[in-house]
Design a protein. Structure first.
Length: 227
């Protein structure tokens, strides 16, 4: 049971959040593209998200030793997406296969980390994480403005294409085995750490839900602004 609460929950949260955010943000982008008749590479408001999307793929891939074959933020004739990064990797390297999981989902993880970090500074400046809540919110309005701007611009890049998801899935088996090994080690060495892992999964679930609400809000806003 404890493995379902730790390893299983971690995998479900990561995969579900990546897929839900990608689906919502892809719908937002597609609506704007349909209304304007332009690709996202031609729309200035989508360029920051596009750059962050492709740069996140590339940087995380390089951290795991993946070789970048192509890097582009421009529309090409043989691709439906506005940009792309392609990797080559050593199939016998578990480290590089693990890197496929993180590099494939890097745009969503990057978006989530930036939005959460700036949001913490904007709404709960100086507060420890344990005290974060509606009752302790103390907005620092200049930071709130920066948070809104970042969310508006970067959310356009927080969408994984089918190719990105395939890359993630190629690295998923290694990542799952690593989590199982980590859970087994924690259970052997420090069993109380499993309860902390469960608590982190709960926190991650709430964070994923908040990010999904942000993406849903962006979708609604896109239909109000672009008609």
């Amino acid at each position: 049971m404890i493995y379902l609460q730790t390893v299983g929950a971690t995998l479900v949260i990561l995969l579900a959040s990546a897929m839900i955010l990608s689906w919502l943000n892809a719908r937002t982008i597609q609506h704007i593209v349909n209304v304007t008749g332009k690709s996202n590479a031609q729309l200035w408001q989508m360029l920051p998200g596009l750059w962050v999307h492709e740069t996140a793929h590339a940087l995380v891939g390089r951290l795991f030793g993946l070789q970048i074959q192509e890097f582009s933020v421009h529309q090409s004739a043989d691709r439906r997406s506005a940009g792309h990064v392609t990797f080559s990797f050593n199939k016998h390297s578990l480290w590089q296969r693990l890197g496929l999981f993180f590099a494939g989902g890097a745009p969503v993880w990057t978006f989530g980390a930036v939005v959460l970090a700036v949001g913490k500074r904007a709404f709960w400046p100086g507060q420890p994480l344990a005290l974060v809540g509606l009752g302790t919110m103390m907005p620092a309005w200049p930071w709130v403005g920066a948070w809104l701007l970042l969310t508006l611009l970067l959310s356009f890049g927080a969408s994984l294409s089918s190719a990105d998801l395939r890359t993630m899935m190629r690295g998923l088996p290694v990542f799952a085995v690593l989590l199982l090994a980590a859970a087994g080690l924690v259970r052997l060495v420090a069993p109380a750490g499993l309860l902390t892992w469960v608590s982190l999964n709960v926190l991650a679930g709430w964070i994923a839900g908040l990010l999904a609400l942000v993406a849903l809000g962006m979708n609604v806003l896109s239909h109000l602004v672009w008609r």
